[in-house]
Design a protein around this ligand. Structure first.
Ligand SMILES: [Zn+2]
Length: 160
């Protein structure tokens, strides 16, 4: 199965890779870069989530938050986290209207779940872009024997 990769994703990935020193970087580097780009601290939490959801991301006025399903193994947790970080790097979350504390006080409502279930075209494009960017980032973090050009060949639409 090939992932379709858009110009927005190629552009963002090239930018991230250049800023972080080309083709290999750590998860910590990427977290730091995301915080600098978003001008906000990035926090991670784990929570029991509906089965259809591995994680979600939410922007607040005072921080970004990635919530990942609790009790998943390390690899799945990292993949889900990278997918949500890709949403942040691609600037997908709606502009925040509340602080993290206000959200907690209001009962931590997940309107993101409803967005996922509606599956309109814009959501599909965003999900595809986040998945493609996360895949490329994961390859940089977990680099083993495959080189980036080899990986890119497997991703539909990559033109170099
Ligand atoms: Zn997503």
């Amino acid at each position: 199965m090939k992932i379709k990769i858009s110009d927005a994703v190629i552009c963002k990935f090239t930018y991230v890779a250049a800023a972080l020193g080309e083709e290999v970087f750590s998860f910590e580097d990427l977290k730091w870069f995301t915080e600098v780009e978003r001008r906000k601290s990035l926090h991670f939490e784990k929570e029991t989530l509906p089965l259809s959801l591995l994680g979600f991301v939410k922007a607040f006025t005072d921080r970004d938050l990635i919530v990942i399903r609790a009790r998943m193994d390390e690899t799945l947790t990292q993949l889900a986290t990278l997918h949500e970080m890709a949403h942040l790097l691609l600037d997908h979350p709606p502009a925040p209207t509340q602080t993290y504390e206000e959200w907690v006080q209001g009962g931590r409502k997940h309107e993101e779940l409803d967005i996922k279930r509606t599956h309109n075209n814009e959501d599909m494009c965003r999900e595809n872009d986040a998945e493609a960017l996360a895949t490329l980032l994961y390859e940089c973090i977990s680099r083993q024997e495959a080189s980036l050009p080899e990986v890119a060949k497997d991703i539909y639409g990559w033109k170099n």
